[in-house]
Each structure stands twice: as structure tokens, then as C-alpha cells.
Write a protein that binds this ligand. Structure first.
Ligand SMILES: [Mn+2]
Length: 217
């Protein structure tokens, strides 16, 4: 599975595939225009594999789409409540705001990082702290989103645990996000799990084919 696009000034792409032998993946991504120049990204890993895992991820995706303007901690709570009759999922959220910041919050082991250009090879500028738990089953208390400043060109990478976590230092930041995610999936997906990786970056200017996002009062 591959998808990519542009929302305002944010370029994004996703690549994923099911565990070899499975028809559906329990890993899922969500890309939403959250209004006011903000873009909400989520990567979800439903517990286990197959259709029941996909059901849990789909439920979270639906809740996020219906409540996209809510704060990240509220979004996780809403997902948790709506997923109580599913297997549950690891859920990581990341919001690009219009002021060159990324806000992120995660429960379970979907990793989020910011990779920035640096002399030699790219550097991991920030890594999201993840709380233990399973959204839909056991949510940790005191969910506290973190905020990271980003510069145009910095890359947000979000990946499920079906991707080996050593991939980020070999990323070529000069490539489009669609190529970056396709290469990470091809080289770093594990044979033992569903796998999905999302990349996004603020390009500092809107794509010519996209309308400039209106600012909501
Ligand atoms: Mn997994």
C-alpha cells in the first residue's frame, strides 16, 4: 500500500504492507486536514494481525476523522472509549501546526521522530516519548502531548514495530517523501509483522496545486 499527497505546505507519504501471508494489515495511517493550517497524522497498530487488528485500527481512524480539531490528549481518550470492544491498538498522533511546530503523543510502540539535515548524515533531532499501554484496553494516566519546533525541510517519520528502528539515520532527505517511505519499507520491514511507515515534512510553501488553507477564527 502506498499513498502520498500535499496538504497546504505539508508533503506526506505512507508505505505499508500486511504480514506476509495475511490479506489485511492491522497497521493503518491517517492524514487529516485539521483546519487553520494544521495537519493531523496518526499511525495505528492494531493488536495482533489480520481482520480483528484492522477493525481496531479502523475504529480509531474513524474517531480521529470525526474529531480532528480536538486536542491530542482528547483524541486519544475518544479513541480509547470507542475501541473498548476491539482488541485495541498502539496509537501515535502528530500534529503539524501552522507555526512550525509538531505536537505529538503516543501510547504503545509506534515510534515518531524528527530527522533534520546535518553535516554528513541526517541527525535525529527529536524522538517522541511513548507511554506504555493499549488504546481501547489500558490507557496510562496523565497523557501529556509534547511540542517540538521544526524547520522547513525537517522530516517527521512515524513507524510501527514492523519496521526495524535503525532506519532513520540512513534517510536521504533530498528525496520526495514517497521515495523515502517506499525505500524504508523495502529495506527495513520485518518478516514477522505488519509494517507501515509515514513521512511528512513542512516545505515552507504551499504546493501550487493546493489552495492556501484558510485560517478559522
Ligand atoms: Mn506491530
Amino acid at each position: 500500500m502506498r499513498e502520498d499527497g500535499f496538504i497546504g505546505a505539508v508533503e506526506w507519504a505512507v508505505a505499508g504492507r500486511a504480514l506476509p501471508g495475511q490479506r489485511v494489515s492491522g497497521d493503518r495511517s491517517v492524514v487529516l486536514d485539521a483546519g487553520g493550517g494544521s495537519v493531523l497524522f496518526a499511525v495505528l497498530d492494531g493488536l495482533g494481525h489480520g481482520a480483528a487488528a484492522a477493525d481496531a485500527s479502523d475504529r480509531a481512524a474513524q474517531v480521529l476523522a470525526e474529531n480532528r480539531a480536538e486536542p491530542l490528549d482528547v483524541l486519544l481518550l475518544l479513541c480509547h472509549r470507542a475501541m473498548s470492544d476491539t482488541r485495541g491498538a498502539a496509537v501515535s498522533l502528530a500534529l503539524f501546526d501552522s507555526g512550525d511546530r509538531v505536537h505529538w503523543l503516543g501510547v504503545g510502540n509506534v515510534e515518531s521522530r524528527i530527522v533534520a539535515a546535518a553535516p554528513g548524515q541526517p541527525a535525529i533531532r527529536a524522538t517522541a516519548l511513548l507511554s506504555g499501554g493499549i488504546v481501547g484496553y489500558l490507557l496510562p494516566p496523565n497523557l501529556q502531548p509534547q511540542t517540538v519546533p521544526v524547520r522547513p525541510g525537517d522530516l517527521l517519520l512515524m513507524s510501527t514495530d514492523g519496521i526495524t528502528s535503525s532506519f532513520a539515520d540512513a534517510v536521504d532527505l533530498s528525496k520526495p517523501t514517497a521515495e523515502i517511505t517506499a525505500e524504508i519499507l523495502a529495506r527495513h520491514a520485518k518478516d514477522t509483522d505488519d509494517a507501515l511507515v509515514l513521512a511528512a515534512r513542512h516545505r515552507g510553501y504551499p504546493h501550487p496545486s493546493q489552495p492556501i488553507p484558510s485560517v478559522k477564527p
